[in-house]
Design a protein around this ligand. Structure first.
Ligand SMILES: Cc1cc2nc3c(=O)[nH]c(=O)nc-3n(C[C@H](O)[C@H](O)[C@H](O)COP(=O)(O)OP(=O)(O)OC[C@H]3O[C@@H](n4cnc5c(N)ncnc54)[C@H](O)[C@@H]3O)c2cc1C
Length: 473
């Protein structure tokens, strides 16, 4: 019997375990899987509190259905009947400019009529097809935006998008690593407008080919994203060991051994997947592979604190008719933005109440994420007063701290990943799978988990068996 040990029971680790067991079953490979999770519950960043009729997300509030990976995972777990699509209102998003919320344009006519960019800013965006080609090397998102769309679009379109996804700094994030699809569209089509136009034309000619852009509908589950985590963990049963922090990975004659738990014990493994944050993986590999550990430890993270506030509906003068708002860095406000969760998903607040979640901190203002609860709440309430006219006290408050919350794919990330891949070649049977490497979104985690599980099972399967038994599916 082979044993796969997965370190970390977030969505990446749980999904790796699920796919590995499934692939082994298909191949007739006797495989035991153990997921070692440091915390007392599974899910990592992906967790939900359910209290007094509120459904409050600690971190992610869903995934886009324009990519197949998370949906496919839900389908395999028979959880599709619990999927919850965002209200059509969620397409309406707002950006703050000079202290006022402006609607993010969704189409060419709304772009032209929008007050988010000045006339000059719009004309500059319309010059996008004439932008100079990309440089040879890696480029920051800010450099890309200035080159193709101009400075105003950088500040009021790209910067909030980067805040919303990475809580990151566009002057440091790598276009290729953080938003590879955008880099690919530019490379393949010679420009963004050209790419969108061609993709739209292809979509019109090929019914069922799906949406052209990153669009799609934000999707979650009844009861929050925790529903998926709990379904996965329940399917894995005893394979998930909670309260078992792993400390070190060592090599043995037959594979590896993971030192974990309190009191510490050695868990033997024929293969190991490190599905924990990169800085934790680094600590575990310090003795095993010092240069690998160095590269892993160098992946920067940004802290984010989520302040969820619930109000009586009557106390919020704003209609909350949308997804929420994002605040560009140059507005100089202490929040990254606020999501109007109860407007997006119907089950997030009880009748007569609303639930808002405000993000604080990020790569540019890590100090704010570390403020004490009282100061955080004061800062958030001041913003909700300014933007939404809320003066009343919240009826409930929740604070979730993600100290090293979101990995930052800065310029050089691609080269770092290449060095990490090189180092792993000397450690057969050791794999990495986490949002620190090839995609930050839940869909990316689900995709990478499947690929990693298949690679691990392939590694554990004698070649003849694999060739003979692998099904094309
Ligand atoms: C505030 C916030 C909002 C987000 N919003 C969205 C969103 O709306 N949509 C979206 O797609 N994505 C979103 N994301 C990103 C998404 O949540 C993450 O990419 C995803 O949850 C990461 O899952 P993971 O399993 O890779 O990592 P994690 O969730 O970090 O899981 C890693 C696990 O490893 C465990 N661990 C750590 N060290 C050890 C150790 N030594 N031994 C054993 N276990 C260990 C941890 O306890 C944890 O459970 C958001 C993230 C944050 C922080």
């Amino acid at each position: 019997m082979e044993r796969l040990v997965v370190v970390g029971g977030g969505i990446s680790g749980l999904a790796v375990a699920h796919h590995a067991l499934d692939a082994a079953r298909r191949l007739g490979l006797p495989l035991a899987v153990t997921v070692l999770e440091a915390a007392g519950r599974p899910g990592g960043r992906m967790w939900t509190d359910r209290e007094d009729g509120f459904v409050v997300e600690h971190g992610p509030n869903g995934f886009l259905d324009s990519k197949p990976d998370a949906l496919e995972l839900a389908g395999r777990l028979n959880a599709s009947d619990r999927l919850l699509r965002a209200s059509p209102l969620a397409r309406k998003r707002f950006i703050c400019r000079r202290g006022r919320l402006r609607r993010l344009p969704e189409s060419p006519p709304t772009f032209l009529a929008s007050r988010l960019l000045s006339l000059r800013g719009k004309v500059r965006v319309l010059c996008e097809p004439f932008a100079p080609p990309p440089p040879d090397g890696d480029e920051t998102l800010a450099a890309f935006a200035r080159r193709r769309l101009g400075p105003e679009a950088l500040h009021f379109l790209i910067d909030p998008m980067v805040s919303g996804v990475f809580a990151g700094d566009p002057e440091r994030l790598s276009l290729r690593a953080a938003f590879p699809r955008i880099a690919e569209l530019e490379r393949e089509h010679g420009g963004l407008f050209k790419a969108l136009w061609r993709l739209r034309r292809t979509a019109r000619r090929t019914p069922g080919s799906g949406p052209a852009g990153p669009g799609g509908t934000l999707t979650s589950f009844r009861g929050g994203v925790r529903t998926l985590v709990e379904t996965l963990a329940a399917a894995l049963g005893d394979a998930v060991v909670l309260g078992a922090p792993a400390r070190r990975v060592e090599r043995t004659a037959s594979g590896y051994r993971v030192l974990a738990g309190t009191p510490e014990r050695a868990v033997p493994a024929s293969a190991v997947v490190l599905a924990c944050p990169a800085y934790e993986a680094a600590r575990m590999c310090e003795d095993l592979a010092p240069s690998l550990a160095e590269d892993l430890a160098a992946i920067p993270y940004a802290p984010v604190t989520v302040v969820a506030t619930a109000y009586a509906r009557a106390d919020v003068p704003h209609p909350l008719d949308g997804f929420g708002f994002l605040v560009p860095g140059r507005e100089g406000r202490p929040v990254l933005g606020t999501l109007w969760d109860s407007s997006v998903f119907g089950d997030r607040a009880p009748e007569g109440r609303v639930l808002l979640r405000t993000m604080v901190g990020g790569a540019r203002r890590p100090d704010l994420a570390a403020l004490p609860d009282r100061d955080l709440l004061e800062a958030v309430r001041a913003q909700l007063r300014d933007f939404l006219g809320v003066r009343a006290d919240p009826v409930r408050v929740w604070v979730y701290r993600h100290d090293r919350g979101i990995p930052q794919y800065e310029v050089g990330h691609g080269e770092r990943l290449a060095r990490i891949a090189d180092a792993l070649r000397d450690l057969p049977g050791l794999f990495l799978c986490h949002n620190a490497y090839r995609g930050i979104a839940l869909n990316d985690c689900a995709r990478e988990a499947r690929a990693t599980a298949e690679a691990a099972v392939r590694f554990l399967t004698p070649p003849a068996t694999f060739e003979d038994k692998e099904s094309p599916a």
